[in-house]
Design a binder for this molecule. Structure first.
Ligand SMILES: NC(=O)c1ccc[n+]([C@@H]2O[C@H](COP(=O)([O-])OP(=O)(O)OC[C@H]3O[C@@H](n4cnc5c(N)ncnc54)[C@H](O)[C@@H]3O)[C@@H](O)[C@H]2O)c1
Length: 327
């Protein structure tokens, strides 16, 4: 098949591309390189079945493809809050453009939505029936509400134009190739630990999160795309950890003598987040398989290797690693 991956140079997108290429598909990667990097897809650049297009999805594009994995959107608060209007445009205009493309070429379309559509949830764990508790005017709304509109668009194109859609609600995912500077909890702890700095915990660390390793997530996305179930479906790891437990796991793995520092909680930070994955189990026969310890170890090794490489290549290379400002 000819498969389009928007946001393919990003964290999840590049792991997805690795799997699709390994299966022998033709892959078109579309990315504006805001948070994505060429190094993530470097090994495919000269492959005859791979095509890279630098393109911003807020602009329409004409392509011939059979499937579209629509992942393009900055996923970490640091990056999506840098230019919130651009984040909304990416979610609304970008998703409209990609759904328009899917309609025109009759491609199956998978939306990478998010657990953030549940906002600060009042029910726990979150099932797909839960309609969420999102602040429409908060600093996270450009992302949360943007993704909610993206889901609405997907379902309206499905009802009105018979576009063949799939909607995944992705929960916290981690693994190799996460950006060092994205401010997310796993990358924060790993970078701080490798630099020998104290680990920063916001609040008292009792807020919970679930952490899904990227290979598990990619498997879930591919099962959703290639099955009959439209969704929305939660894809995440239901094992719940407090932020303090995560900090302690990283501390033990990298350097048990590291300190843990506590700082005030940021605005709109959800207290608890844990997926109910009954639907994914039932309809996709999917559940995560990689335990946190194993996934963290692989992540720490990747970050360590990148930090050594960056140090070897000096400050010039470090400058190039900074994200490009979005248009
Ligand atoms: N990582 C997670 O924990 C998580 C959780 C929930 C949902 N998601 C969703 O999964 C998708 C991928 O997330 P990720 O963690 O790989 O993030 P990422 O930031 O690494 O990847 C996003 C990619 O999209 C590209 N992009 C952003 N805006 C674009 C635009 N306007 N036009 C073209 N390309 C653009 C970026 O350059 C980057 O390569 C996102 O849609 C995100 O909302 C991720």
């Amino acid at each position: 098949m000819r498969i389009l991956v928007t946001g393919g140079a990003g964290f999840i997108g590049s792991h997805l591309i690795d799997r699709l290429m390994a299966q022998g598909h033709e892959v078109v990667c579309l990315d504006n390189f805001y948070t994505g990097h060429k190094r993530n897809i470097l090994k495919w650049l000269n492959h005859p079945c791979f095509e890279l297009i630098r393109h911003d999805i807020t602009e329409p594009i004409r392509l011939e493809v059979d499937q579209i994995y629509h992942l393009a959107c900055p996923a970490s608060p640091v990056h999506y809050q840098y230019n919130p209007v651009k984040t909304i445009k990416t979610n609304v205009m970008g998703t409209l453009n990609m759904l328009g493309l899917a309609k025109r070429v009759k491609a199956r379309f998978l939306l990478a939505s998010t657990s953030e559509v549940y906002g600060d949830p009042e029910v726990h764990p979150q099932t797909e029936e839960y309609r969420g508790n999102v602040n429409p005017i908060g600093i996270r709304s450009c992302y949360d509400e943007g993704k909610r509109v993206a889901e609405t668009l997907a379902f309206d194109y499905h009802r009105q134009n018979e576009v063949d859609i799939r909607v995944a609600r992705i929960f916290n995912t981690y693994g190799p190739r996460m950006l060092e500077n994205d401010g997310r909890v796993v990358s924060n702890f790993v970078v701080q630990a490798l630099q020998g700095q104290p680990l920063t915990v916001y609040g008292d660390g009792s807020q919970t999160r679930s952490f899904c390793f990227v290979s598990d997530l990619v498997e879930g996305l591919m099962r959703l795309m290639n099955g009959d179930f439209i969704g929305p479906v939660n894809l995440g790891n239901p094992d719940e950890y407090t932020i303090l437990e995560l900090a302690q796991a990283v501390q033990q793995m990298v350097n048990p003598s590291l300190q843990i520092d506590f700082k005030p909680l940021p605005q709109d930070d959800p207290r608890r987040r844990k997926p109910d994955i009954t639907r994914a189990r039932t309809h996709l026969h999917w559940q995560p398989t990689v335990p946190l310890q194993e996934g963290l170890q692989l992540t720490v090794e990747d970050f360590r290797a990148r930090m050594i490489e960056a140090a070897q290549n000096g400050t010039e290379r470090a400058k190039q690693e900074q994200p490009i400002s979005p248009a």
